[in-house]
Ligand binder design. Structure first.
Ligand SMILES: [Cu+2]
Length: 92
């Protein structure tokens, strides 16, 4: 069966939608923090990040040690805040 023109259009429209998601994600920074092992660590990391950006939101996943930070601060500043709190922030 031939691919219908409208189906192809839909396929080509996808990158535009992805670009929108990317744009919304522009202020999202992700780190892997291997030494983040419990809820206390998450609290400490969240507090450290919010000390440099009070409006930042921190989402952490303990099993994967992944930390997602919504903040307009540069990644280096966020990593430094996490490091200064006694943790290891690795680029994720
Ligand atoms: Cu802990």
């Amino acid at each position: 069966m031939r691919v219908q023109p409208h189906a192809r259009d839909a396929r080509f429209a996808r990158p535009r939608y992805a670009a929108l998601i990317h744009r919304k994600d522009a202020d999202m920074t992700r780190f892997t923090v291997p030494d983040m092992t419990c809820a206390g660590c998450v609290k400490a990391i969240t507090a450290a990040v919010q000390r440099i950006d009070a409006t930042a939101t921190v989402t952490a996943d303990l099993p994967s040690h992944l930390v997602e930070i919504a903040s307009s601060k540069p990644a280096a500043d966020l990593a430094a805040a996490i490091d200064n709190a006694g943790f290891t922030a690795q680029a994720a």
